[in-house]
Write a protein that binds this ligand. Structure first.
Ligand code: MHO
Length: 251
């Protein structure tokens, strides 16, 4: 009797073991590959971003220009191109006002950014743009090595051919330190429009500085987005006004 019971229990536990194995084993097999598929779905913008730094006048303005472009994930204004340690806006020494753009190389390229660089300022002006005169407003393409230097040099030659008599003043320089500017200079154009900040949910400063939406809205606030983008944002804002917040909130 005892032997029979032991055998029965042995059989039951073997069946249970097989059942558990089949259930969990199959579940494991199903879950395994689908997890891998999920991770490959992570937007490319989070996987391998590239960085470029440019100087072309007042950083308030050109942060807005770059922030609105497709493929730009983040913008930061700062000081670069000089030797002074820890520059500040009121004492930036030999640095130039600059913008660092983080971009998704699958959506845009250094070459395309160069085109925007040339078309967004007058590179023949010596140390300045319009009313902004001084060394801090000089025109510089910063590079991270030989390939970018080559692309920059080729684009500068093209620009020089276009501008005939007058010399293109743009310097091409290997990027050294980039010092982010004070918070009040980041997304300056957007901060001039409290209504837009409010529509975005009054993001705290750190979020504003990291946000792709804020980079776009900074361009929009200055009316410096390409006309199509400017219109699309207009439409969204009207939606928000009609239907209510938080349509403009980032996911
Ligand atoms: N013309 C500009 C220059 C600002 S800038 C960030 C202004 O003073 O309004 O250098």
């Amino acid at each position: 009797m005892a032997l029979l019971q032991t055998n029965t229990w042995h059989r039951i536990s073997t069946i249970l073991f097989i059942l558990v194995f089949l259930l969990y084993g199959r579940a494991y097999c199903i879950r395994g590959p689908s997890r891998i598929v999920e991770s490959s779905k992570i937007p490319s913008s989070h996987q391998s971003l590239k960085t470029a730094v440019f100087a072309l006048g007042s950083f308030w303005r050109f942060e807005a220009v770059f922030g609105c472009l497709d493929g730009i994930v983040r913008t930061t204004v700062g000081y670069a191109g000089g030797s002074k340690l820890n520059p500040e806006y009121r004492s930036l020494g030999d640095h130039a006002e600059s913008v660092r753009v983080e971009y998704d190389p699958k959506l845009t390229s250094f070459r395309q950014l160069l085109e925007v660089f040339w078309s967004s300022h007058d590179s023949r002006h010596v140390f300045g743009q319009g009313p902004d005169v001084g060394k801090q407003y000089r025109s510089i393409i910063f590079t991270n090595g030989t390939e970018e230097s080559r692309l920059a040099a080729v684009s500068k030659e093209k620009e020089q051919l276009k501008s005939r008599g007058s010399a293109v003043t743009t310097q091409i320089q290997q990027l050294g330190a980039f010092y982010p500017a004070e918070a009040e200079h980041q997304k300056f154009e957007l901060k001039r429009k409290p209504f837009l900040l409010q529509l975005m949910g009054n993001l705290p400063e750190e979020e504003l500085e990291m946000s792709t939406l804020a980079a776009r809205m900074n361009g929009y606030a200055a009316d410096l987005c390409p006309p199509k983008t400017q219109k699309q944002i207009d439409v969204k804002i009207n939606d928000v006004i009609r239907k209510g917040w938080p349509i403009l909130r980032e996911k």
